[in-house]
Design a protein around this ligand. Sequence first.
Ligand code: PHE
Length: 452
Amino acid sequence: MAVARGEFSSKLGFILAASGSAVGLGNIWGFPTQAASNGGGAFLLVYLLLAFCLAFPALMAELVIGRHAKSNAVNALRLISTNRLSYHAGSITGYVGIITASLILCFYALVAGWMLSYFLAPLAELAGLQDISDWLTEFGLYRNILFMLIFMTLTVAIISRGVQEGIEKWSARLMPVLLVLLLLLIVYVLTLDGAMDGVKAYLIPDLSRITDLQLIISALGQAFFSLSLGVGTMLIYGSYISQKENLFHLGRIVTFVDIGIAVMAGLLILPAMYVAQNNGVVIFDAAGKLISEDTLIFTVLPALFDTMGDIGIIISFAFFVLMSIAALTSSISMLEVPVAYVVENHAVDRTRAAQGIGLVIALISTVIAFNFADLFSLTVHATTRFSQPLLGFVLCIFAGWLWHRNKVLAEIKEGYAEVEQSLFWKIWPPYIRYICPLSILAVFVQLAFYNL
Ligand code: PHE
């Protein structure tokens, strides 16, 4: 276990890497789609409330545990456990987290591959290669597998380089590009006819819907998935933060960036949907329900871009580059979970670990691609709806009940000496003890009863 551990070189390095993990397909695609199908403004309101009040405290728990243990989730939870039972529960939670993160990557790599192929399609079109462009935008088996493999190769290459040279450097390069592209696209879309209907649907909440249980459950699940919680990603990123940094401050910034980008993505996608509708694309069925939620991005948006003439090709390219970047900074954080475990607990060389695990994930992904109808949504649901909330629940129990309060305080005091006098320290401990686990449990029970 005597492997030299990586550490983020600076505050900004951590912020970019952790926000890179948090900001992904979940924010830019998942959030706006869910907002559109769950009452627009009402969803936004509930999401904001839950993200700040529940997901943020859970993120803090992962960061504090991670930095204290300076290790992966398996070792970290063992370290703070108090007896044999909690020791084993900690190990199992860590392992389930590793498996969940890996399985999330299996489906994530397929979707990210679609993003890659969609950003190449306009280039092929510009080069006059219409056949290739068509092939790139048809959901064929070989295209899916090829682009999943390309995406996995990129992920493995970055993770092989380690914390500073890989994760930190690439997140620092990619995250600002993502932000600028997103802003430019929003400004452009808002100038188009019909966009204001989308802005209204998004920003004016229908207050009668905010008590809708289904809406609350979707918003909570979305908030946890979006902040990469439960699977040990934030725990391991927390373990790379130096003792002199203020964890509360860092966690707060990452939460703001994640929520901010989701909210901005909504400001792009919802108006874009209404612009497309204005241009004759059918988005809602007769009952006012969103058509083809999963593939909305691949049907509605290209249709929208097509109606823009030549500039549409550039916009389409920019949008899918944006999606690919967002996916890559998240996928590296997923692969880091099993890689850190194998490197730390089994003394395997980092590059070999990244390659070996990447290969296994690519193989499972290929199996999913071959049996898409049966396995794709099964994997998505099993990991995001089932495993993530349950893991989040256990992590709160560890931070709130098993780990001694004074030790938690001592850890947070590093880099934040006056924490005891802060509002955060008055609110957070009871939150992590009662409100977070109970809320996650409520979601989990609902999902178990209604969706299985
Ligand atoms: N937060 C990422 C997204 O929004 C997904 C993710 C989940 C990343 C779990 C890491 C771990 O797309």
